[in-house]
Ligand binder design. Structure first.
Ligand SMILES: Cc1cc2nc3c(=O)[nH]c(=O)nc-3n(C[C@H](O)[C@H](O)[C@H](O)COP(=O)(O)OP(=O)(O)OC[C@H]3O[C@@H](n4cnc5c(N)ncnc54)[C@H](O)[C@@H]3O)c2cc1C
Length: 401
């Protein structure tokens, strides 16, 4: 039935993957999502199904057991999955970022050790930059690693780990002064550690505690946690890429592809909101006709559909730019900014179309209304995207006078 958000120029393989994922979403996710969400229940069965489809290894190279697909294929799958339930795309997103960082920056030993298990969905990734005192300002990180023989000793507290409990591999960004004299720029004295752990809560490895789930307004089912490091010992061969001081750049590279992913989620949620709105508008009657026949409601639908199309086009453009090997921070920032803002607006319009029923937990739009705001924050707030976009514009349009 979908007329909106079509993507031209896809290969047969891409079309086949997308059709399979869409079918899975329609049959296995949409019918159960709202119920699971209300119970804040981890969607184990859905995750197992996605594992079987190979979604956890979509972008991991074939030599490591993945499907070796492009960022575009991945983003279009995420769009479909988020259309079903945004939390499921959140389960995949941090895994995907960690796999991407390993692929781009890992040592050969690290790739061989982690990527095949990640492709199979046996090892599941989370990434951790934020701390209680910072999110946007990553350069202010206070967690610290100190070298001790062949190991590093990590101390500090992290905040807001998506999949903090369920993951078994966390990419953690900390400050590491070793080899970086005092006065070194903050972003040059940070290191990403690959921290393996047991899934679950409590002390999941000596010196590493995951206290419990943070209770959230939406984005339920997927666990979001704190992480406490107290004398956590990590061997030197678990420094991502084998060299300290590169963590900030590695994380920013990961977040950049993560932004395309968040844009794709915004597109998926907005599409679902449109579907719900356009369907309800044709069923509900007021003043003797379906509300879809009132011009004010038709205008709303027109605006919603236009936003769905625009966000999808920008997301696809950002993914294709990265796939072509070009820098895409400008496009990814724009896509993430626009898609998340439009998503919030489309969801709100669909909510309004539902009248009082939109406020009832029986209607799916109520869930979407609580989920959309997360996209305004994750992988950098709107203000942070605008900072990135603005800086890049001034680079590109440098005054020549
Ligand atoms: C559900 C959820 C899941 C998350 N998952 C993860 C995860 O897996 N890993 C992870 O590391 N983090 C995660 N985060 C953290 C997320 O990345 C941060 O919340 C986000 O970056 C914002 O940081 P903050 O909350 O500290 O807000 P702050 O940085 O304190 O910002 C507060 C407000 O000030 C604005 N602001 C900040 N600086 C500026 C500036 N220079 N100019 C103008 N305005 C500014 C911001 O835009 C915002 O509106 C998650 C967050 C949530 C809510």
């Amino acid at each position: 039935m979908a007329r909106l958000a079509q993507t031209h120029g896809l290969t047969d393989v891409q079309q086949e993957i997308l059709a399979t994922v869409r079918d899975f979403v329609d049959k296995e996710i949409i019918p159960v999502a709202t119920e699971l969400e209300h119970r804040d229940e981890y969607p184990q069965q859905i995750v197992d199904g996605l594992k079987e489809l190979g979604v956890f290894g979509l972008m991991i190279p074939e030599e490591y057991g993945g499907l070796g697909e492009s960022l575009l294929t991945y983003a279009l799958c995420v769009e479909e999955i988020a259309r079903g339930w945004m939390s499921v795309s959140g389960i995949i997103n941090t895994h995907f970022i960690v796999a991407y960082m390993l692929k781009q920056h890992g040592t050969q030993e690290q790739k061989e050790h982690f990527l095949p298990r990640m492709a199979a969905g046996e090892t599941r990734g989370a990434f951790s930059m934020s701390e209680p005192g910072l999110g946007s300002d990553v350069s202010a990180i206070t967690s610290k690693a100190v070298k001790d023989g062949d190991e590093y000793v990590l101390n500090g507290q992290k905040m807001w780990l998506t999949n903090g409990g369920t993951s078994t591999l966390v990419a953690v960004l900390v400050r590491s002064d070793e080899g970086h004299p005092e006065g070194t720029a903050p972003h040059k004295s940070m290191t990403t550690f690959l921290v393996e752990k047991e899934p679950g809560f409590g002390e999941v490895r000596p010196g590493l505690t995951i206290p419990g789930k943070i209770d959230k307004m939406g984005y339920k089912g997927v666990d979001t946690t704190e992480l406490i490091m107290d004398g956590l010992r990590i061997p030197a061969n678990r420094v991502l890429g084998g060299v300290t001081g590169r963590g900030f750049y590695q994380m920013m590279d990961g977040v950049e592809v993560g932004r395309v992913n968040v844009a794709a989620r915004g597109c998926g949620v907005a599409q679902r909101a449109f579907e719900l709105g356009v369907s309800y508008a044709q069923q509900r009657h007021t003043f003797g006709k379906a509300i879809a026949q009132h011009q004010a409601i038709q205008f709303k639908l027109a605006e919603m559909a236009t936003k769905v199309e625009a966000a999808h086009a920008m997301m696809v453009n950002a993914a294709r730019k990265k796939d072509s090997g070009e820098r895409n921070d400008l496009e990814a920032g724009m896509a993430k900014y626009l898609a998340s803002e439009y998503c919030k607006e489309v969801v709100e319009d669909a909510f309004r179309i539902h009248g009082g029923y939109g406020f009832s937990k029986e209607y799916e739009i109520e869930r979407l209304y609580r989920e959309a705001p997360m996209l305004l924050i994750g992988e950098g707030t709107a203000e942070i995207q605008k900072m990135i976009i603005g800086r890049r514009l001034l680079e590109e349009y440098r005054f020549q006078g």
